[in-house]
Design a protein around this ligand. Sequence first.
Ligand SMILES: [Zn+2]
Length: 287
Amino acid sequence: MAHVAAVVLLLAGCAANGGPGRTTDALGSDTSGTTVTRTPGLGPDAATTRPLDGPPGAMPRRGEVKEIQATGSLPPVISSIPTNRKVVFLTIDDGWEQDPGFLAEVRARRIPITAFAMRDAVEAKGTPDPAGGPGQFVGAGKWGYFRQLRDARVPVENHTLTHPNLRLLGYDAQRREICGSSIIIRRQLGTRPTLFRPPFGNYNTDTLRAVKNCGLKSVLLWTATVQPGGKIAYQVPDKRLRPGDILLLHFRPNLARDFRILVDKIKRRGFELGNLQAYLDAATTAR
Ligand SMILES: [Zn+2]
């Protein structure tokens, strides 16, 4: 039953960390009747001839990114990247639905994303988030899917083992969730996570202590969520993308289609997709 409650919380509560109520934009109104044009160089045909070298996505320019101050000795909690450039960042959580079509899309178009893997989702233990409809590829590739994402230059970061509301757990239990996740990612993928995303955005000081002690550098929240159909649910009332926004998606059914809609919408609005790791390095490295 705890998991059912968690799923409900996820729908209502992924952005429940204090923002002024979410509103949903009218995707239909700005796409109906318009022809989707792809940015030159990002179409599938261009991508097949481009080698997988160099980091994907827009890289920060010198002096572009303001510094994110750490609070004391604890890791910083980051909801957006401090820049004035029209650049946003895509993050994708959990890992229930493992659609090969989405993997192909990310690989072919070299789109920068950051994945936050949650063990029970990746291994298909329990009940997936029902919000996206019935899944075709629930747990289909297990960690192999994330190994393929890793090979497509996608950083795979920490999102706990079981997706608990961390505020309801003591320090030791939080530490088991967070360190345990880093250990399994290291064992399965050979990479060491540096970012932590708390389920539902819920955290407290014990979380930050555990994050630090598990060897992670930053806690990453988000500014807007992307819903099925590619609709952006903003945490600000004026329904606009802002420079430095971090968008949250989930590995859900139809992600490949929703992702195409979203990426095209972002580009139509004149935004680039940024390389999150490079921007975080620029924002958190003392200069
Ligand atoms: Zn999650």
